[in-house]
Design a protein around this ligand. Structure first.
Ligand code: URA
Length: 206
């Protein structure tokens, strides 16, 4: 019986995320839509305990409409695997859903617009236990913090009723072996955190 209720929550969430995905693919709320091929809503488990947020889609993601499907995507997949997690166990998305021209960093206004219309709603629907922020851009967008990742990475932070872990960006982890090793350690911390005994997760409809 319990399983049936859980499944119905998951189904409702999956439908709500799919509706949001349709809106994201049609979005024209900021100038980034003008140069995109495909918007990239994100993918994964509709009630994922872990939500991973990157910066913005790159060229491969723009081509395929899927997050982290280029070279930078292999890195988080490998780290998840080491923690016995699959991509389908988590939800993975980005601060902005459209590729900025020439991969420039998203502007503040674009970050605010995408958060207000899409990312905030994705977070509400998935209601994860922890949100992992890859790189400075989601850290600025969600925590309004502009400090060095060297200082911030690996730690858990609470803001309002959400828990966050800050990590280096996977592209930096791939490029610089010392940052890659730091990411592997941060993922281990994350996996210890996600395996700890927890109070029952309440759903809005409980
Ligand atoms: N880098 C990101 O931050 N996100 C992607 O989806 C791909 C590369």
């Amino acid at each position: 019986m319990l399983n049936v209720i859980q499944d119905s929550h998951r189904q409702k969430n999956a439908e709500a995320l799919a509706r949001l995905g349709v809106g994201i693919r049609r979005c024209v709320k900021c100038p980034l839509h003008k140069s995109r091929k495909h918007a990239v809503p994100g993918e994964g488990h509709a009630r994922a305990p872990i939500l991973l947020i990157g910066e913005a889609p790159g060229a491969f993601e723009d081509q395929q409409g899927r997050p982290f499907c280029g070279r930078a995507g292999q890195f988080p997949d490998g780290l998840l695997e080491r923690c016995a997690l699959k991509r389908s166990d988590v939800f993975i998305t980005n601060s902005v859903k459209c590729r900025p021209p020439n991969n420039r960093p998203p502007h503040s206004k674009e970050l605010q617009t995408c958060y207000k219309h899409w990312l905030r709603r994705q977070i509400d629907i998935i209601d994860p236990e922890i949100i992992v922020l890859f790189g400075n851009i989601p850290v600025r967008q969600l925590l309004h913090v502009n400090r060095s990742l060297k200082e911030l990475h690996g730690q858990f932070y609470q803001k309002a009723d959400r828990l966050y872990q800050i990590q280096y960006h996977p592209a930096a982890g791939m490029r610089f072996p010392n940052l890659g090793a730091a990411m592997a350690r941060d993922f281990e911390k994350l996996s210890r955190f996600s395996q700890r005994p927890k109070p029952r997760r309440r759903h809005k409809d409980d």
